[in-house]
Design a protein around this ligand. Structure first.
Ligand code: UDP
Length: 361
């Protein structure tokens, strides 16, 4: 079976690293990199650390408005698919690269499989939510990380070729955690002691592009008397500088460039607490049993909140400060909600089955 995988951003590299390894044992993979993330620390470092094969196609789309990015990707992915004629197109997550890949494939009547299907924040103002919903509705095979994701699809009338596989990001985290412990020197490099610091990541448009929200976050971080390590996403750096907030943030936290995966998961593993608006980081915090404070009003990873290991605080300064002081999840409420590290194996065994029976989807 020939499978074309569409990737473009950091979390997709993390997810694809494990799926690709499993896929290539039996199938041919054509890797299409849209170029949505292109800086070394957001892109190449993941290929190097996670041994992701070199992409067969670099589309070099780069930054731009959502319409520009998605449109350019659609055109260029279509050209590759026409040439390569894959049996299946594999997409991941909720970005413009995901939607463009799924759309290009479905318009060419090529079977499309979506990894991380069925997640919903129920917030249509998030570009990611639009991408998720549309991708699910034009995909033929839906790989869901949780039972809740399957329920979400059912509510929208999607019930065929829906599979519960567990979460591939957890595969990647579990596979790389020990490697990170042995290889990464990040704690020494930054002079940190285990459980004596917090980690923060921010990059959602609703937090970075909105001056008021970004200011509240900077104010909260400045007020906290804590060691906070803050690897800065390029988008966040751009808006902090635009709104004149960069210097104030820099004086109250330890800013770093975006970190490689091994450095970042070691940093998370030893953190006392994580503050984030990232989907993937909320889930990884949960798996690592590190309390998480989410600077959003909603989450698609609802299980983390049900179990009391994640709390949604939005961008309310007082709430952020209070929760950093008070939030204490209970170990007895923690469940293994996202699988045990074999989601990629499940996905590939389903793809194997498709080949054998030539399922007419
Ligand atoms: N990550 C990383 N370095 C960083 C910040 C995050 O390797 O400096 C990893 C993180 O462990 C997770 C993924 O990037 O696997 C999450 O990506 P991001 O927050 O950009 O996207 P989201 O999950 O919100 O879509």
């Amino acid at each position: 079976m020939k499978v074309a995988s569409v990737l473009g951003v950091r979390p997709q590299f993390v997810k694809a690293s494990v799926v690709s390894r499993e896929l290539r044992k039996k199938h041919e993979e054509v890797l299409i990199h849209t170029g949505q993330h292109y800086d070394y620390q957001m892109n190449r470092v993941f290929f190097e650390q996670l041994n992701i094969p070199e992409p067969n196609y670099h589309l070099d789309i780069g930054s731009g408005s959502h319409g520009y990015q998605t449109g350019e990707m659609l055109k260029k992915i279509e050209e590759v698919l026409v040439k390569e004629k894959p049996d299946i197109v594999l997409t991941y997550g909720d970005t413009n690269s995901t939607l463009a890949g799924a759309l290009a494939a479905s318009k060419l009547h090529i079977k499309t499989a979506h990894v991380e299907s069925g997640l919903r924040s129920f917030d249509r103002s998030m570009p990611e939510e639009i991408n998720r919903v549309l991708t699910d509705h034009c995909s033929n095979i839906l790989f869901c990380p949780t039972a809740n994701a399957i329920e979400n699809l059912k509510t929208e009338g999607i019930v065929e070729n829906v599979y519960l596989t567990g979460d591939v990001m957890v595969d990647s985290l579990l596979y790389n955690r020990k490697i990170a412990e042995n290889k990464s020197t990040i704690l020494n490099d930054l002079g940190l002691k285990s459980k004596e610091y917090l980690v923060a990541t921010i990059h959602r448009a609703s937090n970075t592009d909105d001056e008021g929200n970004l200011k509240n976050i900077v104010d909260a971080f400045s007020e906290l008397n804590e060691t906070i390590i803050f690897p800065l996403h390029p988008r966040t750096e751009k808006f902090l500088k635009k709104y004149g907030l960069y210097d104030r943030l820099k004086s109250s936290v330890i800013l770093t460039q975006p970190l490689g995966f091994l450095e970042f998961i070691k940093l998370m593993n030893h953190a006392r607490m994580i503050l984030t608006d990232s989907g993937g980081v909320q889930k990884e915090a949960y798996v690592l049993k590190v309390p998480c404070i989410t600077l959003r009003e909603n989450t698609e990873w609802v299980e983390t909140v049900y179990d009391g290991w994640n709390v949604l605080v939005g961008t309310d300064k007082e709430k952020i400060v209070r929760m950093v002081k008070e939030f204490q999840p209970l170990l007895e409420n923690h469940r293994d909600r996202y699988g045990n590290g074999d989601a990629s194996k499940s996905i590939i065994s389903i793809i194997d089955g498709l080949k054998k029976h030539e399922v007419n989807l």
